[in-house]
Design a protein around this ligand. Structure first.
Ligand code: FE
Length: 363
């Protein structure tokens, strides 16, 4: 049976209890932590105009504590009640496909353009023509056809231990293949879409024949087996198991939040060339959305200044909309140039990336 809880005007049907597996996003966080954060927020106005038997249904793979405050605020401002189902992106995509025109879901929210692209490739997302979104969300961070839009930005870059690495020795992702890093590099598993998207974008930039030696070089330089989580990877750098690694920056933000002097530093990769690889969390309107107008309203609201400020303040990510103040921890990491190539490439070249990573021995 589904577990349904009423949180203000937000109904939660959690896939945790359906599948026994946690959402793949932010899988570094223990489920207990995620559930702890799901306490109802007191004082949120809940006068939904829509009845709770007819809410806007959202399928979301994001951690409940990241989306619930946003949904509650949206409901308070618009009167549109939201019911959301939280599960892994793979489970949600399969569910949408199986439900087809009978789906109750009007919005899909997940992380990584590779996942959004995959949902779109399966015909599960419809175009949304919104001048508001096209104006606010940079072109690289949204589907050119409007099938999905980035709502937060995450950078995947180099991290290092300042006692063991001189940042002057760091430059590009490719340079981590240099023998200088032999036995000093940590990577997360190639099964994680974050690494698949990074590799896919590198293939587009450099060509498969040039990327394969780079990935092989990374594998040769590994200090230990690839990790199942970015957090464990950062902790391995901190502990001296390796000196450098490739990580999404918000994971370091969480560690710094607990320990302000956490001794791992960020290096912005590829600043003299194509810019640091960034990816998104984002949303799209489902193909068979029963409430397409409210779906549009929610996605546009998530791109509003108020929502973007909440997003920037909650997970050490970057807002998708320019000009929104950063979290102080994030701001302290300094400015950097982000790769401006459209993230649709991350999906389009995902299969090539996975095959290349496999050939290179990245497990
Ligand atoms: Fe993550």
């Amino acid at each position: 049976m589904n577990t349904v809880r009423l949180l203000g005007a937000v109904l939660v049907v959690s896939g945790f209890f359906l599948t026994g597996c946690q959402p793949a996003d932010e899988s570094d966080i223990e489920p207990a932590t995620a559930r702890e954060a799901v306490e109802p927020v007191a004082g949120v106005a809940t006068e939904p105009q829509q009845t709770e038997s007819n809410p806007l249904v959202v399928y979301s793979s994001r951690q409940p504590h990241l989306v619930e405050p946003l949904f509650e605020e949206f409901t308070a401002q618009t009167g549109v009640a939201i019911e959301y189902i939280n599960d892994s992106e793979a489970a949600l995509i399969e569910r949408l496909a199986a439900e087809a025109e009978d789906t109750p879901a009007s919005v899909l929210i997940t992380v990584d353009a590779g996942n959004l692209w995959l949902a779109d490739e399966r015909g599960l997302l419809q175009p949304l023509a919104s001048d508001f979104l096209n104006e606010r969300i940079p072109e690289a961070l949204r589907d050119p056809e409007g099938h999905w839009f980035g709502l937060s930005v995450r950078a995947r870059t180099i991290m290092y231990h300042p006692d063991r690495v001189d940042p002057a020795d760091l430059s590009t992702y490719a340079q981590l293949a240099d023998p200088q890093w032999e036995g000093r590099l940590c990577l997360r598993t190639s099964r994680k879409v974050y690494n698949q998207s990074l590799t896919a974008m590198m293939i587009e930039r450099l060509g498969e024949e040039n990327v394969e030696p780079i990935i092989s070089g990374w594998v040769s330089n590994l200090a230990t087996e690839p990790f199942s989580s970015d957090t464990r990877l950062i902790e391995a750098i901190e502990a001296g198991q390796c000196d450098v690694g490739l990580v999404n920056t918000y994971y370091l933000g969480r560690l710094i939040d607990e320990q302000p002097d956490y001794p791992v530093e960020i290096f912005w990769a590829n600043q003299d060339s194509t810019g640091t690889h960034v990816n998104i969390s984002g949303a799209g309107v489902t193909t068979h959305a029963p409430a397409a107008a409210q779906a549009r309203q929610l996605i546009e609201w998530l791109a509003s200044d108020a929502a973007q400020q909440k997003i920037a303040g909650s997970n050490f990510e970057f807002p998708a909309v320019e000009g929104i103040p950063l979290h102080p921890t994030v701001e302290a990491w300094g400015e950097f140039e982000a790769d401006s190539m459209n993230l649709k490439i991350a999906g389009q070249r995902q299969v090539e990336a996975v095959m290349l990573m496999d050939r290179a021995g990245w497990r």
